[in-house]
Design a protein around this ligand. Structure first.
Ligand SMILES: Cc1cc2nc3c(=O)[nH]c(=O)nc-3n(C[C@H](O)[C@H](O)[C@H](O)COP(=O)(O)OP(=O)(O)OC[C@H]3O[C@@H](n4cnc5c(N)ncnc54)[C@H](O)[C@@H]3O)c2cc1C
Length: 537
């Protein structure tokens, strides 16, 4: 049996689900196949960053993520400790979501929302579109592509039935081991494996309440061997924790790892817990040399593999999905040009490289933090002095990993063939600070409007042409878009603050909320502008 569909998505992790959501939201028919049953026993990611929240806002699900079961008043603090029940050296304060405003650069901030909640929210949303089919226990076994399409061999793991699916496009969101990437012959470049961490998941309620310290989301353990591991509370109401031992010699297996030894070390006293899971995984620093070939594209961990330090893995993948999603929709709807899909690699690969580089840097800062002394755990004045001193050093060395608003929001498509540079200099790219910019290629910056909407709420499924006060008529751009059947909405705005931020009277924002072009007057050739931004120049 052979069926023909527009897009086949391989992999139902958060990135594949995000792509199904993006395509469904745009009315594009797609089928997602996932080899597991979708249940998440031990979540990997726990933090949805500000940019992913903005993307969720566009889809209309940000409130659901914001109101996930992670308690609203639970602080996201990072505490450096000798052990949970031992001494605290210092603490990075990050209040819970109910007591902290988002940063001025975004209507959202990074949100604690574990994959145990985030994936089901994405799945419910994507599955709510009639054009989206989500299939579990279904595996891609092989595929071939021609100039006309992709033919995929798929097996239903429950019934054993085999099937061939013809698709216009295939997107491999199939994770770090990506068979799609390997089948395309695309190599990974970079340092490769940089560690063998062990994740131990367990349940135990009341630990925070009894440890004599204020609640924190992370308790990072330091002793005479240095920073050696972290305790993270995933679900405070149900006492679900992850203990990550930063590195092992790579020989341990889930059966041989001494869970109780590590637990006692992290807690500082023998404690009974309900063990949930053990994972031993490879910490990686690698990027694919290409994000796809022909009609087959790759997104998420299939193309960038990075240390979780900085929380950028899935979040980078969600933005990949948003980028390839609108471009596939544009081509399938007939208005995207022949070069539009090629711009996916040009735009997203440098962003992947940036995420890999920063995540590795954060990890190296922790790995290279000087060994502590046994005196760190000593009671008394001498121990107190040492802890205060090392605590300060820890805040300086490790703090940047948790202050990343620039990293989350400041990526841009500087070398994009579908944005028109305006000759202005690039703003600084500081991971800790976001410099809002409406320079072509940048994420169109957020500003609150008089009616308390974010300006981001104006950006819909098509292009948005912003005309700030005193802007000249831009009918030629609207006519050119109509001529090419490009969806474009003009918005006249009398909003001085936003106008100052966007710096030009006319700004063309793309369907993914990035700036494509800006100027104080329409271009001499409006058709050329529209052709460039739709990838048909
Ligand atoms: C300990 C840890 C903490 C992390 N914390 C964060 C964080 O806070 N924030 C963040 O952004 N990132 C974080 N990450 C990274 C994040 O988890 C990954 O980047 C993210 O899961 C990648 O999503 P993905 O959908 O690309 O791949 P995956 O989650 O690996 O999903 C790929 C899916 O494809 C399926 N699949 C594979 N092959 C096939 C096939 N042939 N047919 C059908 N299905 C197939 C697999 O079963 C799998 O479900 C963390 C990672 C770790 C290890």
């Amino acid at each position: 049996m052979t069926r023909r569909i527009p897009v086949l998505i391989v992999g139902g992790g958060p990135v594949g689900l995000s792509l199904a959501a993006e395509l469904g939201w745009r009315g594009i028919a797609c089928e997602l196949i996932e080899q597991t049953d979708g249940a998440i026993v031990s979540p990997k990611m726990n933090e949805v960053n500000a940019r992913s929240m903005e993307i969720c806002r566009r889809w209309g699900i940000a409130e659901r993520v914001f109101n996930c079961p992670f308690p609203a008043d639970y602080p996201l603090d990072v505490a450096f400790v000798t052990s949970l029940f031992g001494h605290e050296l210092s603490r990075l304060r990050r209040p819970g979501r109910n007591s902290l405003e988002p940063p001025p650069e975004s209507p959202h901030r990074m949100q604690a929302c574990s994959q145990i909640w985030f994936d089901p929210i994405l799945s419910d949303f994507a599955g709510s579109f009639a054009s989206v089919r989500l299939r579990h226990r279904c595996r891609l076994e092989a595929f071939e592509q021609t100039a006309a399409g992709v033919s995929a061999q798929v097996v239903d793991l429950t019934s054993g039935a085999r099937e061939e699916i013809e698709a216009d496009y295939l997107v491999g969101c199939d994770g770090a081991g990506s068979m799609v990437r390997r089948a395309l012959g695309i190599e990974l470049v970079g340092q490769g494996t940089i560690g063998h961490p062990i994740n131990l998941f367990f349940r135990r309620k009341g630990l925070v309440e009894s440890c004599g310290k204020p609640p924190a989301t992370f308790y990072l353990g330091i002793d005479e061997t240095g920073l050696w591991g972290s305790l993270r509370i995933i679900d405070p109401a149900n006492g679900l924790w992850r203990l990550m031992i930063d590195s092992s010699d790579g020989t341990a297996t889930p059966e041989t790892v001494d869970r109780q030894f590590y637990l006692n070390r992290a807690l500082g006293r023998p404690t009974d817990v309900e063990w949930v899971d053990v994972n031993i995984w490879r910490r990686r620093s690698a990027l694919a040399e290409s994000y796809g070939r022909g009609r087959v594209f790759l997104a998420g961990d299939a193309v960038h593999q990075l240390s979780p330090t900085g929380g950028m893995g899935m979040n980078t993948g969600v933005a990949d999905a948003a980028d390839i999603g609108w471009k596939l929709a544009a081509v399938l709807q007939g208005w995207g040009g022949a070069g539009l899909l090629d711009s996916y690699d040009r735009e997203r690969r440098p962003v992947g490289a940036r995420a890999v580089r920063m995540a590795t840097w954060f990890y190296k800062n922790a790995e290279n933090f000087p060994k502590g002394s046994a005196k760190l755990a000593a009671d008394g004045a001498e121990g107190d002095r040492l802890r205060a001193q090392v605590g300060e050093q820890l805040l300086r060395a490790i703090g940047p990993e948790f202050r990343t608003v620039g990293l989350q929001l400041g990526y841009r498509y500087g070398d994009s063939p579908i944005c028109l540079p305006d000759g202005t200099p690039e703003p600084p790219d500081d991971p800790a600070e976001c410099t809002p910019s409406a320079r072509p290629g940048a994420r169109a910056p957020h500003a609150w409007l008089r009616d308390w909407r974010s300006i981001l709420d104006l950006y819909g499924r098509g292009y948005t042409l912003l005309r700030f006060a005193d802007a000249p008529p831009a009918d030629a751009i609207e006519r050119a878009a109509e001529n090419r059947r490009v969806p474009l909405t003009r918005v006249d705005l009398d909003e001085p603050e936003a106008a100052a931020l966007y710096e030009r009277k006319l700004v063309l924002v793309r369907p993914d909320g990035h700036v494509a072009w800006r100027a104080d007057a329409p271009p001499p050739d409006a058709l050329a502008l529209i052709d460039t931004v739709r990838g048909a120049a």
